[in-house]
Design a protein around this ligand. Sequence first.
Ligand SMILES: C[S@@+](CC[C@H](N)C(=O)[O-])C[C@H]1O[C@@H](n2cnc3c(N)ncnc32)[C@H](O)[C@@H]1O
Length: 248
Amino acid sequence: MTDAPGFAEWMSFLEARHLADLTFQEVSRSLRALSATYVERRKRLGEGAALAGAGKRAAFGLFYGPLHFLLIRHIVSSLPELGRGVETIVDLGCGTGAAGAAWAKTRAAGAVVHGVDRHPWAVDQARETYRIFGLRGRVRVDDAAKMLLPERSAVVAAFAVNELSAATRDRLLPRLLSHAERGGRVLVVEPLAGFVAPWWPTWQRAFQSSGGRADEWRTRASLPAIVEKLDRAAGLNHRELTGRSLWI
Ligand SMILES: C[S@@+](CC[C@H](N)C(=O)[O-])C[C@H]1O[C@@H](n2cnc3c(N)ncnc32)[C@H](O)[C@@H]1O
C-alpha cells in the first residue's frame, strides 16, 4: 500500500516539514495528546481542538494523514466500483488531503480533487499534498456541509462526519443520498469504535436502503518508518489498519 506513486516523496516532505521546528519527542507527546482528544475529549472536537497548536497539527499531518491515506487506498483497491469513470473527487473535511489523494492515486488517475476543510492550516497542507502527488487539486476553506457537489462527482468524507454537529450531520445525509441518486458516488469512512460515530447504524440503514453497501476493514500494513516510530513512542498500535465504510 505504501507503493502508491508519490507516497515516498510525500512522506519525506511531511517528515522534513513537521520535524523542522519540533523535535521527535515533542511530536510524539503531541500525538498522545491528540489521540486523547479523539478518544476522551471528543466534545471539544467541534471547537477545532484536534488541530489546535503546532504540536497537534504536526502529529496529525505526519501520523494520521499517512495512516488515513493507506486505509483509503486499501478500501478503494478493494471496491472495484470506486474506480469506474471518476473524474472529480470532492473530499469533505479533507484535512491534509490524504483521502482524496489516496482515491485519485489508486483508481482515478487524472481526476480533479476538490478538498474542503474549515481549517485554513489543513487546506494549506492539502494543497501541498495534491502538488506532491502530481494531482490536479483545488482547495477551499469552507463548511463541508455547505459545499456544492458537482454533478456525478465522487464524494469522500473520511474521519470527518464524526466531527460535525448532529444538526449538520442530519442535513448532510439526505444531500449525500440525493447526490448518489443523481449519478454521484459517496464514500464515508469512520473508525470501527462505536462511540466515535453513534449515528453510524442510522446512516448504514439509509445507505443500504438506497442500494449502498457497508463494510468493515482490517488490514496489516507495513508503515512508513517515521509513522511506526511515532506509533511506538506514543504507546499506540496501528500495525493493523482498521475502519468501516459506507459506499453508494
Ligand atoms: C480527523 S480529520 C480527517 C481529515 C481527513 N479527511 C483524513 O482522513 O485524514 C477531520 C477533519 O474534518 C474537518 N472538519 C470538521 N468539521 C468540519 C466542517 N464542518 N466543515 C469542514 N471541515 C470540517 C477538520 O478541520 C479536520 O481537518
